[in-house]
Design a protein around this ligand. Structure first.
Ligand SMILES: Cc1cc2nc3c(=O)[nH]c(=O)nc-3n(C[C@H](O)[C@H](O)[C@H](O)COP(=O)(O)O)c2cc1C
Length: 313
């Protein structure tokens, strides 16, 4: 039992603490169970699920950069039917809320996925990924157009009674207009940010390092971009934000909460240290205790509120 109040809400989803995983960096959770107490997480956000199985992009799909990873996985996954039949029941056994990340090539596929997952009591919330930088259709092409973001969100909401989170792309000039479109479409929450479009060159081969040519940059390098987007968006919409992008420590997570995120996601941080999520859960709680807060709500958005009111500390 936590000594301070750490619970947060994303629509009707209650998380006992603000920490979840970034889709695609934690498998279904089962792959991490040896390293992580899955019951201790606020929620598990699983790898992106599509209607049909996908084998992903050409190899190589990952390359290191000085302060992060460039990946072009291409939403490799076994498809929603296998997920529901084989994977979901095993993850559900841990009794931690499960957020299912969904993606489609066509807008209609998001509706169909929502319909299929609606029947699954073990699914606590849906996260519509309209921001994958590594797929030929759907993905980022949707997430950079406010009208399409509105349409996808509305469609998923029409087919689901579960909380709907929309995961946005940082590869836009005006994140607030996209966030507002998702909110108008009925989103219960936002996830900010997906990876940042990038490129790496293989000097030996004298060509792009990734099979897909371009990839998504994640890890500490993108933290300032993510923080900026959370800070701007939190002031512009009423719905809660799951902030992520480069969080590798509890201090990073506290900064995201202060910027206006209601919850945080850990992605590339899991690759650096598989126990990162656990350290972040404990670190946030300890920070609240050490600083005399009795509820995590007290620090959510404190940075932009202090800035607005001309206050420090
Ligand atoms: C290997 C890898 C796979 C990913 N797969 C997905 C995915 O399936 N769906 C999705 O919405 N985001 C996916 N992402 C993006 C992450 O969820 C996250 O938004 C991004 O990596 C930024 O967070 P980070 O800097 O903490 O990693 C993936 C990222 C990585 C590195």
């Amino acid at each position: 039992m936590s000594k301070v109040k750490t619970a947060v809400k994303i629509g009707a989803l209650t998380m006992k603490n603000p920490v979840t995983t970034a889709s695609g960096t934690f498998g279904s959770g089962l792959e991490m169970r040896e390293y992580v107490d899955l019951r201790k997480l606020g929620a598990i956000t699983v790898k992106g699920t599509t209607l049909e199985p996908r084998s992903g992009n050409l190899l190589p799909r990952c390359t290191e950069t000085p302060s992060g990873t460039l990946n072009s996985i291409g939403l490799e996954n076994p498809g929603v039917d296998v997920f529901v039949a084989d994977i979901l029941p095993q993850v559900a056994a841990y009794e931690t809320p499960i957020i299912v990340n969904i993606a489609g090539s066509e807008i209609t596929e998001y509706g169909r996925l929502a319909e299929i997952l609606e029947k699954e009591a073990a699914v606590s919330a849906l996260e519509a990924n309209v921001s994958c930088p590594n797929v030929k259709s759907g993905g980022m092409a949707l997430g950079t157009d406010p009208d399409l973001v509105y349409q996808v969100t509305k469609l998923v909401k029409e087919h689901s009674s579960k909380p709907v989170i929309v995961k946005l792309s940082p590869n836009v000039t005006d994140i607030v207009s996209i966030a507002k479109a998702a909110a108008e479409g009925g989103a219960d929450g936002l996830n900010l940010i997906n990876s940042v479009l990038g490129l790496a060159i293989d000097m030996e081969k004298k060509r792009p390092a990734l099979g897909n040519i371009v990839g998504g940059l994640s890890g500490p390098a993108i933290k300032p971009i993510a923080l900026r987007m959370v800070y701007q968006t939190a002031q512009a919409v009423e719905i809660p934000i799951i902030g992520l992008g480069g969080i590798v420590s509890w201090q990073d997570a506290v900064e995201f909460l202060m910027a206006g995120a209601t919850a945080v996601g850990i992605g590339t941080g899991n690759f650096l240290d598989p126990a990162t999520t656990m350290k972040v859960v404990d670190g946030i709680e300890q920070y609240l205790i050490d600083n005399g807060y009795d509820d995590v709500q007290d620090i959510i958005g404190i940075a932009w509120k202090n800035q607005r009111d001309g206050k420090d500390g």
